[in-house]
Design a protein around this ligand. Structure first.
Ligand SMILES: Nc1ncnc2c1ncn2[C@@H]1O[C@H](COP(=O)(O)OP(=O)(O)O)[C@@H](O)[C@H]1O
Ligand SMILES: [Mg+2]
Length: 302
């Protein structure tokens, strides 16, 4: 994940200065609507808990500010890769921005911990400190609500007991303490900030980090029901372009058969099933409208 420098530096248009470790800034609501939230198909209870928790934290910041320790504005989403955690975190900022629009804008900040090199712990510590103590507090003054997505936080908050890279364990301690303390300071100073952290490896995260979260949700590999819906959604999108595919997009029995054949697939793989089928041969690639159920069945086996 050697992200290029260009994508690791987001330009803050007010200052036109790049912010280290921030890969994107979006002021919401914007023309993107809630498309990231809508595209992820998960158990409704997960979406509903996530949204309610975010609203509780952001809509009553003053009340909770007066009650120290009452509510941590940190949410953790954990689960295998490709299950929609990153998309859902970004989507959460989108829906929150609509729910709270009458109070003011929501700024979405996507943090890329990979941009804060861990092999140079001293340097990394300074970058983390700058991000948590300066850049994010500045943004929180400028926008009514701030949703900070820390994607793949394991590279940021390495569990002390399992830190395996060749660094002095004392430095690892120090770096991870710096992150935790920085997070605490950020939460204390900036009541209008909600942090959503995602992780592919829940076991790699420091317990001191998870214990700071009031809500830790695990996102699982889709069950057959959910998988059918993901396949249906993906076919539906294609049918929007090639109307000949409409019959396949509406065939619920077919979606179910395909889902059953794709047990254990993650959301990303399920979504790509129709594209996988289309790339099976030259004729289909050139004329996607010729897609048939048999092509989809075949794509589940290769
Ligand atoms: N439950 C899901 N429903 C619909 N699409 C999904 C789902 N999970 C993953 N995807 C698709 O896979 C892509 C990658 O998801 P992502 O949010 O990056 O997952 P993660 O962060 O868990 O690795 C998304 O853009 C989305 O299109
Ligand atoms: Mg992700």
């Amino acid at each position: 994940m050697a992200g290029s420098k260009a994508t690791d530096l987001a330009i803050d248009h007010h200052h036109s200065a790049p912010i280290h470790g921030v890969s994107a800034l979006r002021v919401l609501p914007d023309e993107g609507g809630t498309r990231n939230w809508d595209r992820i198909i998960v158990d409704e209870r997960i979406k509903s808990r996530l949204l309610s928790h975010a609203l509780l934290a952001l809509a009553h910041e003053k009340e909770f500010y007066a009650l120290p320790g009452a509510l941590q504005r940190l949410v953790i989403l954990s689960g295998p890769p490709g299950t929609g955690k990153t998309t859902l975190s970004v989507g959460l900022a989108e829906v929150v921005s609509y729910e709270l629009a009458d109070k003011g804008d929501t700024c979405l900040v996507e943090v890329n911990p990979h941009a804060l090199p861990s092999e140079m712990l001293g340097e990394s510590q300074r970058n983390v400190a700058r991000l948590l103590d300066t850049s994010l507090p500045e943004l929180s003054l400028r926008y009514r609500h701030l949703v900070v997505v820390i994607d793949e936080v394991e590279s940021f908050a390495v569990r002390r007991s399992s830190a395996s890279f060749e660094a002095n364990p004392i430095d690892v301690h120090r770096a991870s303490d710096a992150v935790l303390e920085g997070m605490d300071r950020l939460m204390k100073r900036c009541p209008n900030v909600l942090v959503v952290a995602t992780t592919n490896f829940p076991n790699a995260i420091d317990e001191a980090f998870t214990s700071r979260a009031d809500l830790v949700l695990s996102i699982a590999i889709p069950d057959v029901e959910t998988a059918s819906k993901i396949i249906a959604q993906s076919l539906d999108e294609l049918a929007g372009i090639w109307s000949e595919i409409r019959a396949l997009a509406d065939d619920k029995a077919l979606h179910r058969q395909l889902a059953q054949a794709c047990k254990g697939w993650d959301g990303r793989q399920l979504r790509r099933l129709p594209l996988k089928a289309l790339s099976e041969n030259k004729e289909l690639a050139l004329s996607p409208e010729r897609l048939q159920a048999e092509h989809l069945h075949r794509a589940t086996t290769i």
